[in-house]
Ligand binder design. Structure first.
Ligand code: IMP
Ligand code: MG
Length: 176
């Protein structure tokens, strides 16, 4: 197995992720049957999770993408960059916003506000990982979460350190 030397340890194996994502897919299938929701992927970190998740949903849905970024290296910059011109049309749609990880929650709370403002008929958030101890937007909680983790910087399965390691099939702790 390919384990770069910067990886301290594997936190979730490919198999563990697959099981959890499949469970989340079952839940979302029940929740959205007959609604034709629009699943929005937050680029770039959520892409791997997103592509696995939508294939675990056995009901009609549509997909689209939007871009947000805040991290520089392994430090949250505190400022979220959102390309508002590239936000898909959400008017009167049931939106499911899919993110890789909730950290300070600045990204998802900003996106949530923006999507509500643009007239979505409903909005739920899905995150594969959650680091509750890092929260800045205190009251924020994703509607569906894969795994809760401690205050660790993790990479793989879409998550990066300076654009690296997104291709690892597992989630590992980055060696600081
Ligand atoms: P938030 O706005 O602080 O919640 O940050 C969310 C974004 O920060 C995520 O979409 C990730 O791109 C990035 N992020 C937060 N924690 C990690 C991590 O442990 N590894 C890689 N990226 C992270
Ligand atoms: Mg991200």
């Amino acid at each position: 197995m390919y384990i770069p030397e910067e990886i301290d340890k594997i936190l979730f194996t490919e198999e563990e992720i697959k099981k959890r994502v499949s469970k989340m897919g079952e839940t979302l299938t029940r929740e959205y049957a007959g609604k034709n929701p629009l699943f929005l992927c937050v680029l770039r970190g959520a892409t791997v999770f997103f592509s696995d998740l939508i294939r675990c949903i056995a009901a009609p849905l549509e997909i689209d993408f939007l871009r947000a970024s805040s991290y520089i290296g392994s430090d949250s910059s505190g400022e979220v960059h959102l390309e508002t011109s590239a936000i898909p049309d959400v008017l009167n749609r049931d939106i499911v916003l899919v993110e890789d990880i909730v950290d300070t929650a600045r990204t998802l709370s900003l996106l949530t506000a923006e999507i509500k403002k643009r007239g979505a008929s409903s909005l739920k958030t899905v995150a594969l990982l959650d680091k509750p101890s890092r929260r800045v937007v205190k009251d924020f909680k994703a509607d569906y979460t894969g795994f809760e983790i401690d205050d660790l910087f993790v990479v793989g399965y879409g998550l990066d350190y300076s654009q690296r390691f997104r291709n690892l099939p597992y989630i590992g702790v980055y060696k600081a």
